[in-house]
Each structure stands twice: as C-alpha cells, then as structure tokens.
Ligand binder design. Structure first.
Ligand code: ADP
Ligand code: ZN
Length: 752
C-alpha cells in the first residue's frame, strides 16, 4: 500500500517550522483565526476543544502538528466516506496518511497496521466502532499514541442535533490512554453542547477555543415560497455549471423535483434515506467527482460532503432549527469563495414540522422525554423568527449562537442588499387583508382569503356569498402570489395568526386591531427578485455580495473553465475528487495571475511542493496554450485581495487598543504576548494594526533594520501585493509575520 512520502523530521520547538510545514504541504501563507492557538494546544499536548463553523479550517489544526511532530495522530471520524477523502487529500499534499476501517480488506488492514507500527504514517483515521475493539487499542498502545483528534465531536452529545451512540465509547479514551491528549473539533456552537462534549470526553484543563460564527462569504436570502419550481429553477440558473445542494423537507419532494430538473437539462441527482446504502454512496460519489451539479436531498445528505466548491444551497422549505440551517448552509463555500444560500419559506412549514414531530412521538417505541416536543417547538419558533424580514440574516445567525455582530450592513443578505423593496402603501394593504379576515369570520385559510381579496370568481367563494363582501376584489391589482405573500408577512410580524394543524385558518389578535385602528404600522416588502447570475458578467447588484466581486476580479473565465476541466481529468485519472487536486480559489488565482513558469506557480495560493510536482506541469501547459492563443498577459501581480474570509475587517477590539498603547510605549512583541496572553500571530496582527494606524517613522523596535531592508528590497523586486512571493524570494528564511509587518509599514508610510 502506498501511504505517501515520508516528510523530513523537523524540530517541533520552533514555531516558524510550523509555518514552513503548512507552506510546504498546503501552500497557505497565513493562518486563519484560532488555528495557531489550536495547533499550539496540540503541540503542547494540552486537551482542547475547537469550535469553528464549517469551512473554518479545523482539520489543518491537527494535520499540520502531526506532520511537524514525528508522530502518529489518531483521528476519529464518523463516516468512512469522509475518511477516504481526507486520506486522499493529505496524500495529495504529500502527507502520509491511512484509514483503518471496515472498507479495507484484511490484507490492506494488516498492511496499514504495519505501516503505523513502523512509524511510516502521520495520520491514522478510524471510526469510533474501531476504537471500541481491543485489538485496535492494543495496536495504539504498542505505537504509544499521544494525540487523538475527534472530528464532529458534537456527535457525542445528546444535546447536539446529531447524536451517535457509537461516539459514547469515546468516554473511555482518557482512561485507556491517560498519557495522551484529546482534541475535539466541532461546528456546533451552543454552550450546553460545548460543555457536554468536554465533560463526556473527560477533557482535563482543556483549551476551549470558540471561533466567530459568521460566514462572511455566504449571501443569505429568505424568499416567500409561491412558485416553488420556478423559484428553484431561477436559483439554479443563476449558477450555471456550478455545484449546488437543494434540500427538501420530505422524500416525496425529492422524488418529484429531481426528474423535473432533469427534464430542464440540469445535471441533478436524488439523495434520501429511503435509497439503499449503495445508491446513496453512488450519488455521493457522483457529486463529489463533479459528474453532476445538483443534489436534491433530504437532510440525510451532508455529513461527509467535503466538496469545497458548492456555490449555493437552496432550502425549498424551512429547516426545523437554526442549528440545522447553519450546518446545511455551511456546506456552501467551504473554499472561502462567495456562495449563495436561499431559503424558500412559507408559514405552512411550521405546521408541517409540528405534524411530523407529533407523528414521530406517536410512533416512538418507548416513552418520549416530555421535554422533547417543547424543545423541538422552540427550535422551530427560533427558525421561523429568522425567516421574518426583520433583521440582517448574518446578524440573526451570529447572535443566535451567542456572539455579537458589529457591522451595520453585512452586504451579503437579502435585507442588507435591498433585494426587497418596501411596499409603499403597506398599511392600507394590511388593513384590507385584516378586515377581510374579519369579514370571513376568522374561519378560512390564507388561500381563500387571498381569493376573496383578489376578487376570484370561484364556486367556493360564490357558494359562501363571499363575493358580496365589501372586501371582495379590494386587492385585485396584485397577483395571487403577492397577496399570499403579504398574508405570510403579516403572520411573520405577528399581526395576524394562523391556527390549526390540518386546515389552518387565519385569525385576528390584538395587534391586528391595533393596525386596523392605525395604532400600529405594518411593514410589507415586495417579493424580492434577485437578479441573475452572481458572476463577473452580471450587473453589480446581482453579484450578490462584495465577496463575489472581489474573488472574480481579473480572473479570465474561459481560462478558469479550461483549468477546471483539466483538474477534473487529472482527478479522475487518480481516482480522487477534483477539489482535492486544487480548490476553486487556487484555480481562480491561476486564471488571474497566469504564471509563466513552474517556479512562479509556487506563489499561488494552495500550491505546495507535492502539488507543484504532481500537477504543476499540466497546469502550466494549459496556461501556455490558452494564453498564447488568446494573447493573455502573464505573471500579473496578484492584485485581488484574498478570499473574503481572510479579508474580514479587523476592528480595533479591546485587545488591539491595549496592545497599541503598549507598542506605542515601545513594548516588544514578546512582552505584549505575555501581557495580553495572546498568541504570537494575534499579537503581530495587533502590531500590524498599530503600524497601519499610527504610522511610526521606524519599526526597528520590532524588526531589525537589516531584515527590514531585505524584505523591502524583495518587495521591490516581486511586488508587495501578496506576501507569498516575498517569502519565496527570501528563500523562506523570513517568517510571514515579519514580512507582513514590513509590508504594512511600507504601504502605510508610502501614502504620505
Ligand atoms: P472545517 O473542517 O472547519 O469545516 P476544513 O478543515 O475542511 O474546514 O477547511 C476548509 C477549507 O479551508 C479547506 O479547503 C482548507 O484547505 C482551507 N484552509 C484551512 N486552513 C487554511 C489557511 N490557513 N489558509 C487558507 N486555506 C485554509
Ligand atoms: Zn445583512
């Protein structure tokens, strides 16, 4: 079995070596928030729990330290399909890794175990079931494993939304391997789950790191559902040839929608729990291998989806909790590039969920925890509150997870982007609707009331003489979809009630009367029509978000597509998913910078040594051919800013202000680190902020003159728009933090 190459042994003491390892294998030139702290905990052997949203970069936190230390880290992961992709991904980066699980033949298992015993691998992926076997534990004891990483750690908690009984055995880990440190990773944020994970795993004096829950590269939209198929097709057509996931509430919706999409020429595939394990695996593989664009699925689909270039997630109905919504939308834009999340919402979704839950309680084998329904209903109510057109979606989500959102306008949700215009005569419309509900004696549903208001000539209306009502035809100038949507919005604002499960009817409440007497104002938004295609060729508003504009800037689309098909070809030759060859972010940068030689390709984001060796030449050939025939410029400065994730503006937080004061007084980096108990990377960010704002004449206090001049000279030669070329130019001898400080200073003082 080929486990991949053996990396050179490095001295774990030097922090810069960690960066060197990350650069060499992954081709990244900066760490994301909390990564350094998390890696430090792993290197120090201190138990830890890292909570970062999906796509936040959790895996690097145990992978890079495993490479740096010359030792095995055991990774416990819930899904075998996930393990295979992770192993393939690591090998593509030149990191030796194996999986030990039931998908292997006995022969392969023996070989893998042998390789682990010989110390030929750095990462061993195993399922919790395997962890429970005595023979596997004996193997780990023989190897003397000192580090365990628990992926999707919320699966151990009853409080989480994805409890897995087999995870419970991991409680034994600390007892059986007392000398080892355990590191838990999850994207589930709520405090009780977090505390439960730490307790269940028996973490000792753990470093608990909780990241920012915002996903700035995602644009959220909530749209009233009226013409579901048309609305679905609209979203898909905004993303031609791009990957998307469409979530439906029920299997039968999946079964109806999938053929419909196919008949519209869309490469779609179905996925739900009613399919056999083989069928599901096949669907999963087809999607991961980029042989289809759209998966139509129930919530059963998702865990184990690592395809990083999912550009949109569409919910055709409201999910049953914000945790689910965050998890499901989290599968979009894992590569940090822009992606869109659209939720088609109707007030009826709440009724559907309640019915499903009552049914599941009715069908349960044993007694049901009495708190179950209560807690489930609360989750639904929170989710419904999110759907109301009241508060910025980014803010709503972040606040739900107990964090603060600073920006006034996120620039990436329907409300902040102004997709939906306020309806000018909202109050009058609201009053017409409410009085119609009164006229039909609060005994009819939304469809009937909307029909009366529009003056529909139907038997149901004539039969009840509702065509004789004063409100008949009062909203005839609006479409049926509009009137129904207005009704939903009033329900959303709790100015109107919808009661009853089977046949919900509209009823008035005190707030309704306040509106009718003009003591309260109703707000209505026109049905939003996001324009098409958030692409470079679309009008500015339709690009969806700032992120989209930034990340396509200067990218040659045709070249990007050519590189993308080359990636597909190379991936299928190797039997690995395309995103493991290169991420979309790397392809865009290649199609923007268009390096003219292999050594220049090393400057590109995501190109480490192994990938340069394995894929560099083929990429270069395509670049040459395309650039020659279409006369495209080469070696462009990489002017576009990094993906939006890394670009989130850093506000001068409390820490930064204190740090700035210390730096102003001449404190060294180490002193500030100790004083504020911050990681080096964070302290350097503070210093960088200080330099940018205060523009000191010299930074010799923190960077020796000699090094400063070296970096400045290198920046002169290769440009200062990206750090990586400077790092390479200086033979990787000057750490990134130092380069960043010098460049910040150069830029800050140059403007004067
Ligand atoms: P998570 O496990 O938190 O969902 P991943 O570990 O899958 O996230 O990382 C998401 C993506 O971000 C991956 O494509 C990964 O290669 C990339 N990534 C991780 N760390 C960095 C970094 N420091 N710089 C750039 N990209 C990174
Ligand atoms: Zn917003």
């Amino acid at each position: 079995m080929n486990h991949g190459p053996t990396p050179p042994v490095v001295d774990a003491e030097k922090p810069d070596q960690l960066f060197a390892v990350i650069r060499r294998h992954w081709g990244f030139d900066a760490l994301r928030p909390l990564q350094e702290q998390a890696m430090r905990a792993v290197l120090d052997g201190r138990d830890s729990l890292l909570v970062l949203p999906t796509g936040g970069g959790k895996s690097l936190c145990y992978q890079a330290p495993a490479v740096l230390r010359n030792e095995i880290t055991v990774v416990i992961s819930p899904l075998i399909s996930l393990m295979k992709d992770q192993v393939d991904g690591l090998r593509a980066c030149g990191v030796p890794a194996i999986q030990l699980n039931s998908s292997l033949s006995p022969e392969e298992l023996r070989e893998g175990e042998q390789a682990a015993l010989e110390g030929a691998v750095r990462l061993v992926f195993a399922s919790p079931e395997r962890m429970a076997t005595a023979s596997f534990r004996a193997l780990l004891t023989r190897i003397g494993v000192r580090t365990f990483a628990i992926d999707e750690a919320h699966c151990i908690s009853h409080w989480g939304h994805d409890f897995r009984p087999e995870y419970r055995q991991l409680r034994e880990l600390k007892r059986r391997f007392p000398q080892a440190s355990v590191h838990a990773f999850t994207a589930t944020a709520t405090e009780p789950v977090r505390a439960d994970i730490a307790e269940q795993l028996g973490l000792r004096d753990a470093e608990i790191l909780v990241g920012n829950f915002d996903r700035p590269n995602l644009t959220y939209r909530v749209v009233p559902r009226n013409e579901q198929y048309d609305q679905t097709l609209d979203v898909i057509r905004r993303h031609p040839g791009e990957a998307g996931i469409i979530y439906c509430l029920r299997r039968r919706d999946v079964d109806q929608l999938t053929p419909l999409l196919k008949s519209n020429g869309i490469k779609a595939i179905a996925y739900h729990a009613g399919m056999s394990a083989n069928e599901r695996k096949a669907a999963h593989d087809v999607f991961t291998a980029e042989q289809c664009d759209v998966v139509v699925a129930t919530v059963a689909f998702g865990m184990g989806i690592d395809r990083s270039n999912v550009r949109y997630v569409l919910h055709t109905g409201m999910p049953k909790s914000i945790e689910h919504y965050q998890q499901e939308t989290g599968r979009a834009g894992r590569d940090g590039l822009e992606a869109e999340c659209v939720l088609l919402y109707s007030g009826g979704d709440v009724v559907t969920w309640k019915k499903l839950m009552q049914k599941s309680v009715g069908e349960a084998d044993g007694p049901v925890d009495p708190q179950y329904l209560e807690s489930a209903y609360r989750h639904i109510a929170d989710m419904e509150a999110y759907c109301r057109p009241v508060k910025c979606r980014h803010r709503s989500l972040v606040e739900y997870f107990g964090q603060q959102y600073e920006a006034e306008n996120c620039g990436a949700c329907d409300l902040c982007l102004g997709d939906a215009e306020p309806v000018p005569d909202a109050q009058t419309i609201a009053k017409k609707i409410l009085s119609c509900v009164y006229r039909v004696q609060e005994s009819f549903g939304a469809a009937h009331v909307a029909g009366v208001l529009r003056g529909a000539n139907t038997a149901a209306i004539r039969g009840r003489e509702h065509d004789k009502l004063t409100t008949y035809g009062l909203l005839a100038q609006h479409t049926l979809a509009e009137v129904r949507d207005f009704i939903q919005q009033l329900i959303g604002q709790e100015l109107l009630l919808q009661v009853g499960d089977e046949y919900p009817v509209l009823k008035l409440n005190a707030a309704s009367w306040d509106v009718m007497k003009d003591r309260r104002t109703a707000r209505l938004l026109a049905i939003p029509v996001p324009e098409r295609s958030p692409k470079a060729d679309a009008s500015p508003k339709s690009r969806g978000s700032r992120g989209a504009e930034v990340s396509w800037e200067g990218v040659d689309r045709e070249l990007f597509e050519a590189l993308r098909s080359l990636r597909l070809e190379m991936a299928s030759q190797r039997g690995v998913p395309p995103y493991l060859v290169f991420s979309d972010a790397t392809l865009r940068e290649l199609a923007r910078v268009r390096p003219s030689a292999l050594e220049k390709m090393r400057f590109i984001y995501g190109v480490g040594e192994a990938k340069l060796r394995d894929f560099g030449q083929a990429m270069l050939d395509t670049l040459d051919a395309q650039c020659d025939s279409r006369n495209l410029s080469r070696d462009n400065a990489n002017a576009a800013p990094p993906p939006p994730r890394d670009e989130t503006p850093r506000k001068l937080s409390g820490g930064a202000i204190v740090a700035a004061e210390l730096f102003r007084k001449g404190a060294s980096i180490d002193e500030v680190m100790q004083n504020l108990k911050r990681a080096r990377s964070t302290t350097c960010e503070y210093l960088s902020d200080y330099i940018r704002v205060a523009q000191p004449a010299s930074i010799a206090r923190w960077v020796p003159d000699e090094v400063y001049h070296q970096v400045a000279a290198a920046a002169d030669r290769v440009g200062a728009s990206a750090l990586k070329p400077i790092f390479v130019e200086l033979n990787e001898a000057v750490p990134y933090d130092v380069i960043r400080l010098v460049v910040t200073h150069l830029v800050a003082t140059e403007k004067n």
